[in-house]
Design a protein around this ligand. Structure first.
Ligand code: HEC
Length: 267
């Protein structure tokens, strides 16, 4: 009777039993996800790493990767690869140089978009750009002041300084070519440094800037050969007619090599 009572005693709920040293020695139940791994698992991993490492070491000749490189190998370039970007035609290069001159010299006044500002007239679609190259060369060489009408608007409060001291014949030729192409839409003829050298001979010792009335006639073109690299294009443009008639009367003299420009579509 007595022993039966003892067996049924609820030891678990007696603090004196739960806090006994032997109970504390027992491992805590692991939290979910932190269960200890089996020693077998570690053994298998170690085995796989050893075999794998041995295999790699053997096949790579003791981890000497020099042996896997082909001696004398040089990385080749794919066909049609041009490291410096697309190849520019002679004309494109000429226009690029003209753009560089424009950006350093003309930009500040006429603006990069060529639309001018305030009393500085626009170059876009300007009759002084599209028409005679003789008078455009005069303007760039010696500058211009006093009243001038551009695209039907009159200007005159500001002056354009002479550029002949700052720019070589080549630079002036390039910038005029660039301005005529970009703002006047003229693509069939370029202005060469020989043409500008000739213009400088004739106008270069002028002291003061021009006034509009003193400039050469609107159809006077600088004379000289087109560069050889212009020929294919010049030939292609030969058959074109200036359809609108607006500029078709500009060039009368067959000796001049520049052609009547087509007027540019207005934007
Ligand atoms: C310091 C300012 C200034 C600079 C730099 C300048 N211009 Fe001008 N340009 C003017 C002004 C101002 C006029 C108008 C002058 C007048 O009213 O008579 C003018 C007029 C012109 C004209 C005739 C009118 C027109 O708008 O078509 C052309 C062409 C021209 N400039 C081209 C150029 C080119 C090309 C360059 C660079 C090489 C250049 N200019 C640099 C101020 C400048």
């Amino acid at each position: 009777m007595m022993s039966e009572n003892n067996e049924n005693r609820d030891y678990e709920h007696k603090p004196s039993v739960r806090e006994h040293a032997s109970a504390r020695r027992e491992k805590q139940d692991p939290e979910a996800g932190f269960e200890p791994l089996s020693l077998w698992f570690f053994s298998i991993c170690a085995f796989v790493l050893m075999i794998g490492g041995g295999y790699l070491g053997a096949k790579s000749a003791g981890f000497d990767f020099g042996s896997t490189q082909v001696s004398g190998y040089k990385a080749g370039t794919p066909p049609n690869f041009t490291p410096a970007g697309p190849v520019l035609s002679e004309r494109d290069k000429y226009l690029k140089s003209g753009e560089a001159v424009y950006k350093t010299v003309c930009n500040g006044c006429h603006q990069f978009n060529g639309r001018g500002q305030g009393q500085i007239p626009p170059l876009v679609d300007s009759e002084w750009v599209i028409n005679g190259t003789e008078r455009m060369a005069q303007i760039v060489l010696n500058g211009i002041r006093g009243p001038i009408t551009v695209n039907g608007t009159s200007y005159g409060a500001q002056e354009m300084p002479a550029q002949k001291g700052a720019l070589s014949d080549q630079r002036i030729a390039q910038v005029i070519t660039y301005v005529r192409e970009r703002f006047g839409g003229i693509t069939d003829a370029v202005v060469t440094k020989e043409m500008i050298a000739d213009a400088r001979n004739r106008h270069g010792d002028r002291v003061a800037q021009y006034t509009a009335g003193e400039l050469a006639a609107e159809d006077a073109m600088l004379s000289g050969e087109q560069p050889a690299w212009m020929n294919p294009e010049a030939d292609a443009a030969e058959g074109e007619t200036s359809a609108d008639g607006k500029n078709s009367g500009d060039v009368k003299d067959p000796a001049v090599n520049d052609k009547a420009p087509e007027s540019k579509e207005t934007k």
